[in-house]
Structure formats: structure tokens, C-alpha cells
Design a protein around this ligand. Structure first.
Ligand SMILES: NC(=O)c1ccc[n+]([C@@H]2O[C@H](COP(=O)([O-])OP(=O)(O)OC[C@H]3O[C@@H](n4cnc5c(N)ncnc54)[C@H](O)[C@@H]3O)[C@@H](O)[C@H]2O)c1
Length: 349
């Protein structure tokens, strides 16, 4: 399987992992010359370009889109229209028109669209999914997810202070896919209405809270941005309350942050005994026995899933529907913020 990669920041990380997994990264692209120089050293033999349109003519099986956060949809559509399978970083789209165009392109294409949402496959999320799928906690009613960085004010300013960079220009609600994608994957539901709140009205960029009504009747609460108390599980913490119990990430330091607690209430058990247990993820190794560190497990899963889609016709792990839905929650959230945190209906697509 021959792939190209657009954007060589996160894209270089994905390209390097692709090569480790046996995927042939034949081309890369970045408009930044230094990024291309770094990539030339890390990806010997890859054909490196300044202009992404050069990759359209390279007879690729697939492309990984890791360019600017709010510019993925036009590239995804162009590659889908060439019959090239797409693995796209977040966001899938920056507004409703792009969402419609992307959905239409995916429908008419001979190729597939996969969302590169590694947060759906982090070890703690996999443990939660098993508890939910095995009906251990009943029907999901309240689900919460955090994606939080406990950084100094200087480091936050360094990361998002430049309005010319995508991190500085996107709305404070936009980067919600690392919380919404696990929420949608764990519940299998759609977001129907979004209300957004700034955590601190004196500093609009610090953090946002999204309150999202789900199609099954339950509620989701997502917190993302820069708040102290960073979860050690790659900035992610998830809690799922069900009608019969709870399954949630441990709020613990270090490796235990990847573990979950599952509590099933006494009234739900035939023997009347409460069950409250801690579960740690199993170690993941590559076929050659090399251990995969927990924070890379999600990346390995999405790349292996992409290969299974391209080579064997497997269904995309995170298909275009939930990718667009998670991205549009950030768009609806931005509108809610502009309009006094009022609830905003999600578009019917
Ligand atoms: N899933 C994750 O864990 C994770 C982690 C980091 C970043 N990301 C995502 O990856 C994407 C990139 O993030 P990043 O941190 O690497 O950002 P970045 O700004 O450091 O890198 C993006 C690169 O893309 C290049 N680029 C942008 N538009 C281009 C174009 N039209 N043609 C050629 N090159 C272009 C830029 O020059 C830059 O080098 C974002 O969507 C981000 O959300 C995901």
C-alpha cells in the first residue's frame, strides 16, 4: 500500500509509524522548507513536495491529511475524487457547507474516508467501550470527556497566541473532536443540540465546556483547552454513567491514568453485592514483539485500520458520518458562544 502525507508536523509522526507498520510512505508534502528537510532525514526515499496538488498525480493508494486543522475538507474531496483513500486528521470540516461537500464526495468516490481519531482507540477508551458494549453499566445516560492541557500561561500563549497559525485562529470550541469522537463512538449516537460556555470569561481562549444533547436522550459534557489538572492518559479523561453503574478513567497520576474503574450498583446484581473494580489495559505489542507505549496505541490502531480499509475493504474505523458530526459540534458550539451560550440545533445532514 503506497501512501502520501500532507503536512509534516503530526504528519511526520504518522508517516514514521506507517513505515514501522509496513505501510509504504512514498511521498510527503509541506510548504515549509525546514519541515521538508526534517522529513527527508526521517523518511529516506520519500518524494517530497512543496505543493500538495503534486500528490494527486502520484498513483497513491491512500493519503494522510495532517495539514492545518481547518483546511482538511477541500484536500479530502480532491483525493476522494481521484479515487485515493483518505485518512484525515481533525477537523473533518470547518462549516456546514464543507460537511455537505465532503459527504457528497465520499458517496460518489470509489475510495473511502477514515477519520484519524486516535482518541477513540486510546487504551482507557477501549476498556470503557468493552464495559458499555457488554451492557455492564446499562443504558448510557451521562457521558463526559476531557481533553485538557495543564500548561503555564506563557506556554499557552506560545502555542495559541499567533492568529496567523491555525492553533491561534480556530474558535475556542473547535478542537473538540478528541472529546466528541470518543463520546459518539461509545454511545453510537448523534449530537442533536449544543450549548457552549467559556470556562473563564476574562480569558476566552483558555477552555470551553460543551453541553451536547444526544439522539438517545442522554447528555454529553466535553471540556477542552487549557485547565490545570492534566490527565496523564494523553490529556484525555472519559466518564460514562449508565442506568446501572459507571465506567470511568481513573483520575490518577502516571500509568494508572490509563486504567478505568467499573462500578455496578448492588441493586442491579442478583446477589445484591456491589461490584467496584479497577481495570488496567493489556500491553500492546507489534508483530515483532516491540511494546507500544500507551499513548501510541490509538495511532497504531487507526493506521492498521486504514490499511485494512484500503487493502481488504474493511469498513473505516471512524467513518465520515461521525467525523463530520464531531467536527460540526465545534462549529455549533462557536455559534452558541457568539449568541450567549444558547442551545444551537445540529444541522440535519
Ligand atoms: N490526533 C492527534 O493526536 C494529533 C496531534 C497533533 C496534531 N494533530 C492534528 O494534525 C494536524 C496538524 O497538526 P500539527 O500539530 O502538525 O500542526 P503544524 O501547524 O505544526 O503542522 C502543519 C503542517 O502542515 C503544513 N501545511 C499546512 N497547509 C499546507 C498546505 N496547503 N500545503 C502544504 N503544507 C501545508 C504546514 O506548513 C505545517 O508544517 C491538525 O489537524 C491537528 O489537529 C492531531
Amino acid at each position: 500500500m503506497r501512501i502520501g502525507v500532507v503536512g509534516l508536523g503530526m504528519g511526520l509522526y504518522l508517516a514514521s509509524w506507517s513505515r514501522r507498520l509496513g505501510i509504504d510512505v512514498v511521498a510527503g508534502c509541506d510548504r515549509d522548507a525546514q519541515r521538508r528537510t526534517d522529513a527527508a532525514a526521517a523518511l529516506p526515499g520519500a518524494d517530497l513536495h512543496e505543493d500538495w496538488t503534486a500528490l494527486l498525480d502520484l498513483d497513491l493508494d491512500g493519503v494522510v491529511l495532517a495539514n492545518d486543522f481547518d483546511e482538511h475538507a477541500p484536500l479530502a474531496i480532491a483525493f476522494l475524487d481521484r479515487g485515493v483513500h483518505v485518512l484525515s486528521e481533525a477537523a473533518a470540516c470547518a462549516d456546514e457547507d464543507q460537511a455537505k461537500a465532503l459527504l457528497a464526495a465520499e458517496r460518489r468516490s470509489t475510495a473511502t474516508y477514515s477519520f484519524a481519531e486516535n482518541y477513540v482507540f486510546h487504551p482507557h477508551v477501549e476498556l470503557l467501550r468493552a464495559a458499555v458494549d457488554n451492557r455492564e453499566i446499562g443504558r448510557v445516560t451521562l457521558i463526559e470527556a476531557d481533553y485538557l492541557h495543564g500548561m503555564s500561561p506563557e506556554d499557552v500563549a506560545g502555542l495559541i497566541g499567533d492568529p496567523a497559525h491555525w492553533r491561534g485562529r480556530i474558535a475556542p470550541t473547535a478542537y473538540c473532536t478528541h472529546t466528541l469522537s470518543p463520546i459518539l463512538a461509545l454511545t453510537g449516537e448523534q449530537p442533536t443540540e449544543v450549548s457552549a460556555f467559556l470556562v473563564d470569561t476574562t480569558d476566552a481562549r483558555t477552555a470551553a465546556v460543551l453541553v451536547v444533547r444526544l439522539s438517545g436522550g442522554g447528555l454529553a459534557i466535553a471540556r477542552h483547552g487549557f485547565l490545570q489538572g492534566e490527565p496523564d492518559s494523553h490529556w484525555s479523561w472519559v466518564s460514562v454513567r449508565g442506568s446501572e453503574g459507571i465506567a470511568e478513567s481513573l483520575r490518577a497520576p502516571g500509568e494508572r491514568a490509563w486504567s478505568v474503574r467499573v462500578r455496578k450498583e448492588a441493586w442491579t446484581a442478583p446477589d445484591g453485592v456491589v461490584r467496584d473494580e479497577e481495570r488496567a489495559p493489556k500491553a500492546v505489542t507489534l508483530p515483532d514483539g516491540t511494546p507500544v507505549e500507551p499513548k501510541a496505541v490509538g495511532t497504531v490502531r487507526i493506521l492498521e485500520g486504514f490499511r485494512a480499509t484500503v487493502e481488504h475493504g474493511a469498513a473505516p474505523l471512524v467513518p465520515v458520518g461521525p467525523a463530520v458530526a464531531a467536527s460540526l459540534v465545534g462549529v455549533a458550539g462557536a455559534r452558541s458562544l457568539r449568541e450567549g451560550s444558547r442551545p444551537v440545533r445540529m444541522p440535519e445532514l
